[in-house]
Design a protein around this ligand. Structure first.
Ligand code: MG
Length: 348
């Protein structure tokens, strides 16, 4: 199998603020794997705050290439993935890209959509939340209006302005809200008081209210909160999910954290058994990785997969958005195709 890749800068339509810094673009690497006349596609999305760099990811892809050069489709997907794992260190996004491309490729070998190949619901279409950046409050009414077709809005909180922001939003819309605190609250009593108030304001979940290190406080808060607490930064992979121990009521699964679709599915299965809520999310990914994650929509309680809408140079086609819903196509594989020329100067 032949792997090639191309580093790509995804350019935001509006400057994107997260963790107190604002950025104009997201570094990513687009990957393709070719075998027997078919091509599978994947994406490593590398927002700088996660610490995975383009250089490290390219180094991983070169190691993966050596393995893939020695394998053939007859060996099967599971064995090939097993052979790749030892070459991964902290390359979660790089592994996600390769795993995604291999899943795409193997479903294409069968001439079936990934969902049909896995025996999932092929007709699925679901509402996604749409994130609106806060910034200046004066701009919010316009942003709320722009997001008219979406049934649920997501906003980032975690500053002294939290109540002020919600009160302002509630003057303009009564839609249910997802709130993401990104570890911003440091006091459990204050957090609980705020959660009780947010509940009265039709906030339906709160993501990562407190820092990863405050696990005991999170157990206390989750026991008392009227709103489900959803782990994001606290849970990347299966071993962290197993160690949750009541500190959250649900988890936000993202391919760039889980190292791909296979582990995401195992996490979903485990979460359901434990009675945990499942949210499907994404980093600021293009249509390639977002479409891959959307294949699992039927298993989710909450969906937050709107990242491609943030970009002006999405290099893939795949999922589409219609009346606030994600619509998937039935093309073979993940249903993603690169726009012409994307891999023209690709490296291998
Ligand atoms: Mg989050």
């Amino acid at each position: 199998m032949l792997l090639s890749y191309i580093p790509y800068a995804l350019e935001f339509i509006h400057p994107f603020a997260v963790f107190g810094n604002t950025r104009l673009r997201t570094p990513s690497i687009m990957v393709k794997i070719e075998s027997e006349g078919h091509t599978g596609y994947g994406e490593a999305c590398l927002p700088p705050y996660l610490g995975e760099t383009v250089g490290d990811t390219v180094a991983f892809l070169k190691r993966a290439t050596k393995v893939l050069n020695t394998v053939s489709p007859e060996m099967g997907l599971d064995l090939i993935l097993l052979m790749l794992k030892p070459y991964m260190s902290a390359d979660y996004a790089g592994m996600a890209a390769v795993e995604m491309a291999l899943n795409d490729l193997f479903a294409r070998f069968e001439g079936k959509s990934y969902r049909a190949w896995k025996g999932f619901n092929t007709e699925i279409s679901r509402d996604t939340a749409h994130t609106i950046g806060i910034g200046d409050l004066e701009q919010l009414p316009g942003k709320i209006k722009e997001a008219e077709e979406f049934s649920t809005l997501k906003i980032k909180l975690g500053t002294k302005r939290d109540r002020e922001i919600i009160e302002f939003i509630r003057r303009h819309t009564q839609k249910p809200l997802y709130v993401d605190v990104n570890q911003g609250w440091k006091n459990k009593e204050e957090a609980l008081e705020l959660m009780i108030w947010l509940h009265s304001q039709n906030v339906v979940l709160v993501e990562q209210p407190m820092p990863i290190s405050m696990k005991e406080e999170m157990i206390w808060l989750t026991e008392r909160s009227p709103i489900p607490t959803i782990a994001d930064e606290s849970v990347r992979r299966m071993h962290e999910l197993r160690a949750l121990n009541g500190s959250y009521a649900g988890i936000n699964i993202k391919l760039m954290k889980s190292t791909g679709l296979g582990e995401a599915l195992r996490m979903i299965e485990f979460a359901k058994k434990e009675g945990l809520k499942v949210m499907l999310g994404c980093m600021a990914e293009s249509s390639c990785a977002t479409t891959a994650m959307a294949q699992l929509m039927e298993f989710a309680d909450f969906i937050d997969l709107d990242a491609p809408l943030l970009y002006k140079n999405d290099p893939f086609t795949g999922l589409t958005y219609k009346n606030g819903k994600i619509v998937l196509n039935d093309l073979p594989g993940l249903g993603v195709e690169p726009k012409p020329g994307l891999f023209e100067n690709s490296l291998s």
